[in-house]
Design a protein around this ligand. Structure first.
Ligand code: UD1
Ligand code: CA
Length: 457
């Protein structure tokens, strides 16, 4: 069904105690509003309007996209006033679905059910809550028909005891919208244009007023405080963990995994506790992620094991690799099959060939490493001369001893061995041994300076 969608997102969110507009606070790494926009898109509406206000141009700057109409509401005079700002952009032949930018967990299936069906009607998504405090209450007559929505601040004691609330999400008939919005008044406790007053206008125009319910009450939770935000984050993460378990992923503890983006897993993937996944992460069949790892925008090959406390960002890691513990792999890194990167090894913008190893304490930056290379502990590629970055090339079969500096740009050709403690500043020919001649002396009878003894001169 062709549809207009309007997302109300102009409110300040005073109780967040933040300079950031409420709808831009992140849930699972993305602004609240971005979640609502993504859900709206799944409905394939003719148009998505976002009404923003508080926080100036921060909101449009954060979500701008070709398929969105961004409309400023200033000053913010209530939900009815907010929707009125979008009116010139709405197709009157289509119904309008109102969503809230601070209600991020609303599910596509709930909205699909709300908008299904034909005929002119006002449809309100309502929910029964144990604690309805703060919400508008749904007033029904003896025949259970909705007769009004009363805001808490305008409600009588008796009305406040009603547990059915207005979630704020509603579907309005396109042909009636302009007329109704024109008739809203500010005669209420908050001196605002209440969108909820359309109920009375619909009844007057003999338009049916119906309700729909969410599949799960969690969907309609709004964010008004940091407590709310933290709670929604846990709900979101619990759902993600459930989906992973259902897909066959082994999670050591479904309460101790956070996914801020998309995590795609093959078969028999195991994830230990306290791992964080950001952006798009793919884990191949049989991959194992140890405790306390952070992986961002990364692909991990089949049967690869990442040991605890490793951080991997923007990398493509091949099959059957052994990474960590305590490895740091930075953007632009590509590891082939069977590569070992050990503890306290940092790799940046480098490619490492099949079977190569750097097992301890090294920095490999802007480097091409061939196959079956061994890089000793303490090896550093000196890639930065203070002005520009330069590349290091280490060809197949090279063996680099401990504590070697490779001053880029430099190439160590095939099969060479570089002795411990060598500073390589010139390209080396294939094979053979590369060392910086140094002499070792021994001075017999040499004495360490002693500490002065008290009382003596
Ligand atoms: C509104 C509903 C209430 C419902 C509750 C659900 C009205 C009059 N009341 O109340 O029945 O139970 O939501 O959370 O509609 N907004 C604007 N511009 C404005 C005012 C609000 O864009 O001038 C946006 C906010 O950013 C927010 C949404 O509209 O996304 C709701 O605003 P909020 O102030 O939270 O409404 P409530 O008073 O809680
Ligand atoms: Ca609210």
């Amino acid at each position: 069904m062709a549809l207009n969608v309007v997302i109300l997102a102009a409110g300040q969110g005073k109780r967040m105690h933040s300079d950031l507009p409420k709808v831009l606070h992140p849930l699972a790494g993305r602004p609240l509003l971005a979640h609502v926009i993504a859900t709206a898109r799944t409905l394939k509406p003719a148009r998505i309007c976002v009404v923003y206000g508080y926080g100036g141009e921060q909101v449009p700057a954060a979500v701008r996209a070709d398929d969105l109409v961004l409309i400023k509401q200033a000053p913010q005079l209530g939900t009815g006033h907010a929707l009125r700002q979008a009116l010139p952009h709405l197709d009157a032949r289509k119904d309008t679905l109102v969503l809230y930018g601070d209600v991020p967990l609303i599910a596509e299936s709930t909205l699909a059910a709300l908008i299904a069906g034909a005929g002119e009607r006002l449809k309100i998504l309502t929910a029964e809550l144990d604690d309805p405090g703060g919400y508008g209450r749904i007033i029904r007559n003896a025949k259970r028909a909705i007769t009004a929505i009363v805001e808490e601040k305008d409600a009588t004691e008796r009305q406040r005891r009603i547990r059915e609330v207005n979630t704020g999400i509603m579907l309005l008939p396109g042909r009636r919208l302009a007329g109704w919005l024109g008739k809203l008044s500010k005669r209420n406790a908050q001196r605002e244009y209440y969108l909820t007053d359309v109920v009375a206008l619909a009844l007057k125009d003999r338009v049916k007023v119906e309700s729909g319910a969410p599949r799960d009450n969690c969907e309609i939770l709004g964010v008004n405080s940091k407590q709310n935000l933290a709670r929604l984050e846990r709900i979101y993460q619990a759902r993600t963990a459930t989906r992973l378990l259902e897909a066959g992923v082994t999670l050591a503890d479904p309460k101790r995994i956070d996914v801020r983006g998309e995590l795609v897993c093959g078969r028999d993937v195991r994830i230990d506790i306290n791992c964080l996944f950001e952006g798009t992460v793919e884990l191949g069949d049989g991959a194992e992620i140890g405790a306390n790892c952070v992986l961002r925008n990364t692909r991990i090959g089949a049967a690869t094991r990442i040991a605890p406390f490793s951080m991997i960002d923007g990398a493509a890691i091949g099959k059957n690799c052994r990474i960590g513990p305590y490895a740091r792999i930075r953007p632009g890194t590509r590891l082939a099959k069977d590569v070992h990167i050990g503890n306290f090894v940092e790799v940046k913008a480098s490619s490492i060939g099949r079977g190569s190893k750097a097992n301890h304490l090294a920095y490999i930056g802007d480097t091409s490493v061939g196959r079956d290379v061994n890089i000793g502990a303490g090896t550093i590629t000196c890639n930065y001369d203070g002005a520009a970055k330069h590349r290091t090339v280490i060809e197949d079969g090279v063996h680099i001893g401990s504590d070697v500096q490779l001053v880029a740009p430099v190439t160590v050709a095939k099969g060479a061995t570089v002795g411990a403690g060598t500073t390589v500043w010139k390209d080396t020919p294939p094979g053979g041994l590369v060392i910086n001649p140094k002499t070792q002396q021994h001075r017999p009878g040499w004495k360490r300076p002693g500490k002065p003894v008290r009382g003596k001169r």
